[in-house]
Design a protein around this ligand. Structure first.
Ligand code: FES
Ligand code: FE2
Length: 357
């Protein structure tokens, strides 16, 4: 059934009077289908680190708003993105990530494209009339890089520089491009992707859900700042004996589904991928400085164990919330202006996306 939200649900709301986004946005199958177009087709998605695409022919496959895509470093050193969909009969050009490819050859009938997406060779097509390989190109997508992180978008409504404007200036003392990709942990979670994002966007739950994390952060000085397309939660690290050392913990949310978690000496990125109305996957990528010594190795193990423990606490509460959003008991509750301005900011961007015709 088509999802047609009550127009009152989509009106902008001042923070002091705001309620959460109503429950059907988190449970309805057609709402989830519309979101692919309303939210994901026009927004930047974090896809890779530039180091994974250093040399000509290095490539990464992904999917954005349901479209298989491939990012490719060209012979001229330019990073480009294409639909990973052959123009013959929709075969796949690349199955998986790879290094140093000389061309993109379709797996179905062998049509071959250059690294900049131009059809070069189509076997046995000589008797096809009015067929000219020069007229066949793979559709392009937008690709851009920020602080070593590679983002892609099908049809972006902003530039990447506008999306992230002001973030770099806040990162004194954090040299993100110097960090090296370590590994990915993925979590598949039985909740709508927005349940996970909402939970990320507030520290209101930290004293209740995360007792260990609460000891590490200074809840009283925990702050949320909002910009046009992102919000920042930050807190000084409280306990000087902790394994992260001194400094700030910076938690950036970038519209619509990217998180940058920046602590002294490490970056962890999260991308929340919508899989179904009640299912999402969160990819955690870890980045650290080069040349770990034994103490640094130990610190990394502690970082990952601690992140994993906090993540399990978040997963448990997200599952419980998804069940209750779907049970018919609840529509939308009031937000806490002091602690949930990040949630409000996200919901305002969602309401805006839903007001589009
Ligand atoms: S679908 Fe690609 S060559 Fe046939
Ligand atoms: Fe949490």
């Amino acid at each position: 059934m088509p999802f047609r939200p009550d127009p009152d649900w989509l009106q902008p709301q001042p923070l002091e009077r705001a309620s959460a986004l109503p429950a059907p946005f988190y449970t309805d199958a057609d709402a989830a289908a519309q979101e692919i177009r309303r939210v994901f087709a026009g927004s930047w998605q974090l896809v890779a680190h530039a180091a994974q695409l250093r040399e000509p022919g290095d490539h990464i496959v992904d999917e954005i708003a349901g479209v298989p895509v491939v990012l490719m470093r060209g012979d001229d050193g330019t990073l480009r993105g294409f639909h990973n969909v052959c123009r013959h009969r929709a075969g796949p050009l690349a199955w998986c990530n790879g290094r140093g490819a000389r061309a993109l050859r379709c797996r179905y009938h062998g049509w071959t494209y250059t690294l900049d997406g131009q059809l070069r060779n189509a076997p046995e097509m000589d008797s096809a009339q009015d067929f000219d390989t020069a007229q066949v190109q793979l559709p392009r997508i937008a690709v851009d890089t920020w602080q070593g992180l590679v983002f892609a978008a099908l049809a972006p409504e902003t530039s990447l520089a506008e999306l992230l404007g002001g973030v770099a200036a806040r990162l004194q003392g954090h040299d993100l491009p110097a960090l090296v990709y370590s590994h990915r942990d993925s979590y598949e979670i039985g909740c709508n992707w927005k349940v996970y994002v909402d939970n990320y966007l507030e520290g209101y739950h930290v004293p209740h859900i995360h007792p260990e994390l609460n000891r590490l952060l200074d809840y009283r000085s925990y702050r949320t700042e909002v910009a046009a397309w992102y919000s920042l939660q930050w807190s000084p690290l409280e306990n000087s004996g902790n394994f992260y050392g001194q400094g700030d913990a910076l938690y950036y949310f970038i519209w619509p589904n990217t998180m940058l978690n920046i602590l002294p000496g490490r970056l962890q990125t999260n991308r929340v991928v919508a899989l179904a109305p009640d299912r999402c996957r969160v990819d955690f990528d870890y980045y650290y400085p080069v040349q770990p010594d034994e103490a640094e190795q130990q610190r990394r193990r502690q970082d990952q164990q601690f992140s994993d423990a906090v993540q399990q606490e978040d997963v448990d509460i997200c599952l419980a919330v998804q069940k209750r959003l779907a049970c018919g008991s609840y529509l939308a509750g009031r937000l806490c202006p002091r602690r949930e301005s990040g949630v409000h900011h996200f919901h305002e961007l969602l309401r805006r996306a839903w007001r589009e015709p």
